[in-house]
Write a protein that binds this ligand. Structure first.
Ligand SMILES: NC(=O)c1ccc[n+]([C@@H]2O[C@H](COP(=O)([O-])OP(=O)(O)OC[C@H]3O[C@@H](n4cnc5c(N)ncnc54)[C@H](OP(=O)(O)O)[C@@H]3O)[C@@H](O)[C@H]2O)c1
Length: 421
């Protein structure tokens, strides 16, 4: 095992506590032979003798008795090199590392194939929620149309606090930090890098496509205001940071951004720091996978499930489903995608304003689904929701609205993800 932190120590404890059941399921006993860590002297609450620990990770990778490498150390390097070396020496690899797989998955999938070893990474997306194996195996006969998820617990917690306790973004982030839900540097969460990496992993499996985190359009939640949450509520929506991947005319469209979803959508009920993935297939219909997206024990259960899968193949013969991501993907650019939008406009309260605004929408081929006027005089505001519109048309519309003399300000705008779009 590389790493013995939050996830690694839970793996060691659960492998020990459940060892009899696991041995029965595998047909052999699993033993943690060596563990690489940074600080050898650190106290660790794990049922392992001190002599399994090393601070030289190459000792783990170079040990020819070890058949499976569990990578729970994180980061890009030296992790990437260690995994590649392990595969070249015939070791199967289990990893929880979304950052690495999201950025460099292709290289790892190819190396696993070239060396006929298995590479499993269930824990890399949504921690304890099984989603990789269901997509790879249970849904192997399906054509998945769309995968839509709440893939980051920290941001879901922040948005829940904003919606339910009326907090502003900064207050809710501070509370998430106090409770230990967010990383020391929250950028990867609040700017959407973490869910973008996970989405690229899901999309590569769901659509058999070689896509990476950099192909995902990304917006975080730092611009979401209490006013947006309140307006969403009065329009019957809930604001979530959604990660959406879909296959449109043979192209893969992937995006992470805050969105309003109908209060009745199953993802709207995913609160606090929980995760969920909503899958739509043309035969199976709608499925939802829901649970703990982080935390030592839930994540360790996904890691151990992957190890058991490999161990069963070692004991009983056969191979797991290999890399399916053989097809070079055509990624649909964001400006060619379609979405509904909500816009809040501060406008002048005088005759002709509505007509001028409506004409500008029409000029850009963006049709209005609903429009509500609130307030009078200096307080006059228009709350609009559009039908599906092409992203590039919508951006051109925003640019022109900013120049209109009847519009004081575009106070906010957010995508709307309707059910069955
Ligand atoms: N935590 C979660 O809830 C969660 C959920 C899903 C996926 N993951 C993924 O799981 C992985 C591990 O996360 P974690 O939260 O368990 O991290 P963590 O608590 O920071 O543990 C990292 C471990 O790796 C060791 N390590 C780091 N660099 C090393 C190096 N160069 N050589 C040897 N050992 C090294 C550390 O050693 P020391 O103990 O000596 O510092 C520590 O034991 C990451 O890829 C993360 O993204 C985590």
């Amino acid at each position: 095992m590389l790493g013995c932190g939050i996830v690694g120590s839970a793996v060691a404890r659960i492998l020990d506590a459940h060892s009899d059941e696991i041995a029965e399921r595998v047909g052999a006993r699993l033993e943690i032979r060596k563990v690489a860590v940074r600080k050898l002297g650190k106290e660790r609450d794990v049922p392992l003798s001190r002599d399994v620990f090393t601070n030289d990770a190459s000792e783990v990778v170079g040990d020819s008795d070890i058949q499976v490498l569990i990578e729970v150390m994180g980061g890009i390097e030296p992790t990437r090199t260690l995994i590649l070396d392990a595969m070249r020496s015939g070791k199967h690899v289990v990893s929880a590392n979304k950052e690495l797989i999201g950025a460099l998955g292709r290289e790892l999938f190819d190396e696993a194939e070239a060396n006929s070893v298995e590479f499993n990474f269930e824990a890399s997306v949504a921690g304890g929620v099984p989603i990789i194996r269901p997509l790879k195996e249970s849904l192997a006969g399906e054509r998945v149309e769309r995968v839509m998820g709440i893939l980051n617990g920290t941001t879901n917690y922040i948005l829940t606090k904003m919606a339910e306790d009326g907090m502003e973004f900064d207050q809710a982030l501070a509370q998430a930090e106090r409770l230990g839900y967010s990383e020391l540097d929250p950028t990867a969460d609040i700017e959407g890098f973490d869910p973008a990496a996970k989405l690229s992993i899901l999309a590569s499996i769901a659509f058999n496509a070689r896509v990476v985190a950099g192909d995902v359009y990304r917006e975080g939640i730092t611009q979401v205001k209490q006013a947006d949450i309140g307006n969403a509520r009065s329009l019957g929506y809930v604001v979530k940071l959604l990660a959406i991947a879909e296959c449109v005319d043979g192209e893969i469209a992937m995006r992470v951004h805050p969105a309003m979803i109908p209060r009745t959508h199953p993802l709207a009920s995913v609160r606090d720091n929980l995760n969920a993935i909503f899958v739509e297939g043309n035969q199976v219909g709608e499925l939802m996978f829901y649970g703990r997206g982080a935390g030592g024990p839930p994540t360790a259960i996904s890691v151990i499930g992957d190890v058991v899968d490999v161990a069963r193949h070692i004991v009983g013969g056969g191979r797991g489903v290999g890399s399916l991501y053989s097809q070079p993907a055509r990624v649909r650019p964001m400006d060619s995608t379609v979405s509904q939008h909500y816009i809040l406009l501060e406008v002048a309260d005088k005759p002709g304003v509505l007509a001028r605004v409506a004409q500008t929408f029409a000029d850009h081929d963006v049709s209005i689904m609903s429009m509500l006027q609130e307030g009078m005089g200096d307080e006059a505001r228009l709350i609009l929701v559009t039908h599906n519109a092409l992203e590039r048309n919508f951006q051109a519309l925003l640019a022109e609205l900013r120049t209109l003399e009847v519009v004081d300000e575009i106070a906010s705008s957010m995508r709307v993800q309707s059910a069955g779009d």
